[in-house]
Every structure is written in structure tokens, then in C-alpha cells.
Design a binder for this molecule. Structure first.
Ligand code: ADP
Length: 246
């Protein structure tokens, strides 16, 4: 698998404190990756540097076949390059239907001026149907998003991100607050999405990480402490010590 994102030697300092400390790792083009680590390990800051929200002090962030440097690009440009981010809290438009939210996401893909004259094409409407099926909301298309369950809102937001056709989807604790059935559905959506793009999931819930059945990167003090299958990293003595606070 070829590399989509290569972070190398990246550091971020906040008021003299190194939140990311010489961090290096790679994500492949169609890869599912879970990032775990105790509070303060640097998981959020990692997502912030990839999306351009936080600028690193040093290091390289290279993207795609042409090894474009994401470092120094604006957040908007990085999003256009194909980096999508799902925050923990769903931010769907509650007074709009599922269908309207998905249409809006397709419209936004056309750029900031599309809002003035956009009318969904037949192709767009067909795409909405496909997206709704991908997130399991095909029977809820005409419901107001505000009436959806917490899990359904999360899936809708994932659908809205998929509408933008990201090459990398960063997802922050997707299973938080979900029922077991909702978690399973979320796993299925993400596993399916990772067949055609990279999906990076930051997660605390180890059972959820186990279900993702993917390579795991353990962050600690802003650097990679261990990497590999979940069973492998959770048997690592350094990882055990960090989680037990030793
Ligand atoms: P995680 O998401 O793994 O819990 P974070 O990336 O949020 O970790 O934070 C890593 C470290 O950087 C923490 O010690 C946190 O307090 C610190 N930190 C994060 N953002 C800031 C900021 N804007 N200013 C100062 N310190 C920060």
C-alpha cells in the first residue's frame, strides 16, 4: 500500500511545553488506523497539525503521491486536498432533513460560491441515495436531523464528510455515548469507508478499537510509544506502564 500521509520529526510546543515531540509515522492510502494513548498524549494536537489548525515548530507533513507539504497550508486548502475531520460532537443542521444535510454537503464540495446558485443535479441526488445507504439512513432521508438519535446524527455527519470525498478521514471518538448496536453500525461504516480511503480513529474505548481490527498507534508524550496489532501493543510493557500511570 502506498503512503498517503507521512509525518516526520514533527514537534509542537505550547508555552515551552512539547505537546508533540519529534513525532513520525505514516498512513497508507486505504488504511484503517486507530490512535490510542492516555489523556494529554497528543492525540488532539496530532489531528490539529494534520488539518492545519495548529502549525508545527518543525518537521514535515507530506501528502499524497506528489509528497505535497501540508505544513504551511491553510485549513481550507488542506480540506480541499482531501483531509476530512469529524469532531466528537455531531454538527448537523437540526432543522433540516437528512436529505437536505447531505445535499448541502455535496454543495459545499463545489466551493464557497456554490451557495448562490446551486441546484442539485440528478447525479447529486443519486449520490445522496448512495451516501444515505452507506450510513444506514436510507429510511430516514425525510426526517428532520434534530429528531435523529445521537448515533444517527453521528452517522449523518460521517455521510456529510464522505460527500466531500476525503482521501483521509480523521474521526475523534466516534463511539462515545453510543449503544452497543450503534457502535457496531459505526464500526461497519468506518470499515467500509476505509476500503477506499484512509481512516484514522482516535479512540479511548479498547473494545471499539478491537472491533476495528486494524493497526494501532499508541501515542505518549507526543511521540509514538508502540505500533502494531492491538494484542501486540497492549502486551507491551511500556504501554502497560503508561496506562497504569507508572
Ligand atoms: P490528548 O488529545 O491525547 O488528550 P492533547 O493533544 O489534547 O492530548 O494535548 C497534549 C498536551 O498538550 C496536553 O498536555 C495538553 O495540556 C497540551 N495542550 C494542548 N493544547 C494546548 C494549548 N493550546 N495550549 C497549551 N497546552 C496545550
Amino acid at each position: 500500500m502506498s503512503t498517503l500521509l507521512e509525518v516526520s520529526g514533527v514537534s509542537v510546543t505550547f508555552d515551552g511545553f512539547r505537546a508533540i515531540n519529534n513525532l513520525s509515522f505514516r498512513i497508507g492510502t486505504a488504511e484503517m488506523r486507530a490512535i490510542i494513548g492516555p489523556n494529554g498524549a497528543g492525540k488532539t494536537t496530532f489531528m490539529d497539525i494534520v488539518t492545519g489548525k495548529t502549525k508545527p515548530d518543525e518537521g514535515r507533513i507530506l501528502w499524497g503521491e506528489k509528497s505535497l507539504s501540508l505544513r504551511g497550508m491553510s485549513e481550507a486548502r488542506i480540506a480541499r486536498e482531501g483531509v476530512g475531520r469529524k469532531f466528537q460532537k455531531p454538527t448537523v443542521f437540526e432543522d433540516q432533513t437528512v436529505h437536505e444535510n447531505l445535499v448541502m454537503a455535496l454543495r459545499n464540495k463545489r466551493g464557497p460560491f456554490a451557495v448562490l446558485f446551486y441546484k442539485p443535479t440528478a447525479k447529486d441526488l443519486a449520490r445522496v441515495e448512495v451516501l444515505a445507504a452507506e450510513i444506514g439512513l436510507e429510511d430516514a432521508l425525510w426526517r428532520k436531523s434534530g429528531e435523529l438519535s445521537h448515533g444517527q446524527k453521528q452517522w449523518l455527519e460521517i455521510g456529510m464528510l464522505l460527500a466531500q470525498e476525503p482521501r483521509l478521514l480523521l474521526v475523534d471518538e466516534p463511539a462515545a455515548g453510543m449503544t452497543p448496536a450503534e457502535r457496531e453500525h459505526t464500526t461497519n461504516i468506518l470499515v467500509e469507508a476505509a476500503k477506499t480511503r484512509a481512516v484514522v480513529v482516535v479512540e479511548h474505548d479498547m473494545e471499539f478499537v478491537r472491533r476495528l481490527n486494524c493497526k494501532v498507534t499508541v501515542l505518549h508524550e507526543g511521540a509514538v510509544l508502540a505500533e502494531g496489532r492491538l494484542d501486540h501493543v497492549t502486551a507491551n510493557q511500556d504501554v502497560i506502564d503508561v496506562y497504569l500511570g507508572r
